[in-house]
Design a protein around this ligand. Structure first.
Ligand code: GTP
Ligand code: MG
Length: 252
């Protein structure tokens, strides 16, 4: 961990953040984009949970996210409380092309609001935004998987006129209205292009009550693990990547 190597300030605050959401909505991909600025088109499902870290510079402070990326498959649901317990932030992810994934996200939000830390900062993220955006050859500059030509009638120059790859199933306004009503931050993201990802983590960082965390960590020790020390060794936990590699990808 290259904690003190890069910045003038060493006042690093640890923030435990958990990702929740239906299987295959792109939780791991969003985290991979945030931590390593990479995207894997065929990312395998998470087993149990994965742990990653990333730093985020906030004015005079460096915040160090300790990220628990949980598995969305239903068989892992019962493990979730281990990961959201003591979390200061949660990102609940859905897929903008799949309406049922927003319903699942809502049920995670309810569970968090009932059972997680009452001060938890929750963000709702509608991922796979790239799939519902009009295809235009140079729009995101990252068309990495075969630039097959759009059909001849497409007009890439006209915003909104070209057809997207997949129909949108969750209108932005609907999710935004729900987020507002439930008191959540709201973003639409694409782990594939990176759109919205840094903004998501940066805005969460800005809402974290840092002074409160500093005060409680002075008194009560750290709360990094899913349910205390050693929990990372519990069944199913896959510590697939554990270092931020000293990067400051948060850009905040
Ligand atoms: N086009 C597109 N595909 C994405 C995006 N995010 C993830 N995917 C793809 O969706 C699939 C599932 O992504 P994951 O990141 O593994 O999803 P997950 O939510 O972590 O899934 P579980 O670990 O099973 O809960 C993978 O094939 C990803 O490449 C995105 O923003 N755009
Ligand atoms: Mg995953």
């Amino acid at each position: 961990m290259a904690e003190s190597a890069s910045g003038p300030s060493d006042k690093s605050v640890q923030v435990k953040l958990v990702l929740l959401g239906e299987a295959a909505v792109g939780k791991s991909s969003v985290v991979l984009r945030f931590v390593s600025n990479e995207f894997q088109p065929n990312k395998e499902p998470t087993i149990g949970a994965a742990f990653l870290t990333q730093k985020c510079r906030l004015e005079d402070r460096v915040l160090r996210y300790e990220i628990w990326d949980t598995a969305g498959q239903e068989r892992f649901h019962s493990l979730a409380p281990m990961y959201y317990r003591n979390a200061q932030a949660a990102v609940v992810v859905y897929d903008v092309t799949k309406a049922s994934s927003l319903e699942k996200a809502k049920s995670w939000v309810k569970e968090l609001q009932r059972q997680a830390n009452p001060n938890i900062v929750i963000a709702l993220a509608g991922n796979k935004l790239d799939l519902v955006q009009p295809k235009s050859p140079a729009a995101d500059g990252t068309s990495i998987d075969g630039d097959e030509p759009d059909d001849a009638t497409a007009t890439p120059g006209e915003a909104g006129a070209a057809e997207s790859e997949v129909p949108r199933a969750v209108p932005t306004e609907e999710a935004q209205a729900y987020a507002q009503e439930a008191g959540l931050l709201f973003f639409e993201t694409s782990a594939k292009t990176g759109e919205g990802v840094v903004e998501l983590f940066t805005d969460i960082a800005k809402k974290i009550p840092i002074e409160h965390i500093l005060a409680s960590s002075r008194g009560a020790g750290r709360n990094g693990g899913p349910s205390g020390r050693g929990a990372a060794n519990q069944q199913g936990v896959n510590l697939e990547e554990s270092a931020a590699k000293g990067k400051d990808a948060c850009n905040c």
